[in-house]
Write a protein that binds this ligand. Sequence first.
Ligand SMILES: [Zn+2]
Ligand SMILES: [Zn+2]
Length: 343
Amino acid sequence: MKAMVLKKIWSFKENKNPLELVNLPDPLPEEKEILVKVSACGVCHTELDEIEGRTPPPRFPVVPGHEVVGRVEKTGSKANKFKIGERVGIAWIYSACGRCEFCLKGNENLCSNFRATGRDANGGYAQYTVVLEDFAYKIPDLFSDSQAAPLLCAGAIGYRSLRLTGIKDSKNLGLTGFGASAHLVLKMVKHKYPNSKVFVFARSEKERDFAKELGAVWAGETEEESPEKLDCVIDTTPAWKPIVEALKNLKSGGRLVINAIRKEEVSKEYLLKLDYSAHLWLEKEIKSVANVTRRDVSEFLNLAAKIPIKPEIQEFTLEEANKALLELKERKIRGAKVLRIGD
Ligand SMILES: [Zn+2]
Ligand SMILES: [Zn+2]
């Protein structure tokens, strides 16, 4: 099969084409696994973190990609949840131990044996991939393959982030950074919390216009003061400045949820601007969001079908994966980038 693989850690400064197109043997499903013929795979900011070594894959070469949509090609001898030809999705959670205190309480995202698709196991930047049947999801018919892909990560993690903010209807939500995940969060809020106002902070004017098109009541620069204080903010940026600036806009007792697997080192000195009385005092909280559970993914897919949320997408071929990643790196973003993978 054709696959785009990562053979070592790279910085985009030294190599603008970190993934290589190779031919790999088709994978075979183990007993409880399914073989999936991939048709679409979303391109996520986390791939940049893997490539640049902020969350490095434990083994190379690895096939990245954790927003995978395809059809069941073959089932393992003990796999019986899906039929051949059935459309399935695979998300960031590739597996978890199922036995630890976190797994037993439904917090499998915190399992110390959490394995991520496309980092700890081969993912969807390829024509085929395998996964345990219990970690694959049925995709609602409403979505095309490319539309479904970004729902599996950006959407599911956005759903989890929104849940962790503790938002209630009519409360003000801030979104700092306006990429794939944030734009889906905005659509969710419009449906679930129709009386809540959403304020968006983004560096690029394009992103701010896009946010207003989608129903944000206000959009400004990262460091601007929002016209109203915010009950909660979700940060989806790789930088530190938005954290300090978001804390400034929080109401007393407000909560900032950081939806980022890793932060980049650049701009870290901005943290020195953190002023206890302006940014943290009055019981402001900071919480990070880590990974996703299967429950997040399935609940979000159902919600997305009900609303319905159809993500804005931009398609690339498998061979154009490096181009898509570079654009993401350079924040040329309008909706979610998806690789279309054919024969
Ligand atoms: Zn992702
Ligand atoms: Zn566990």
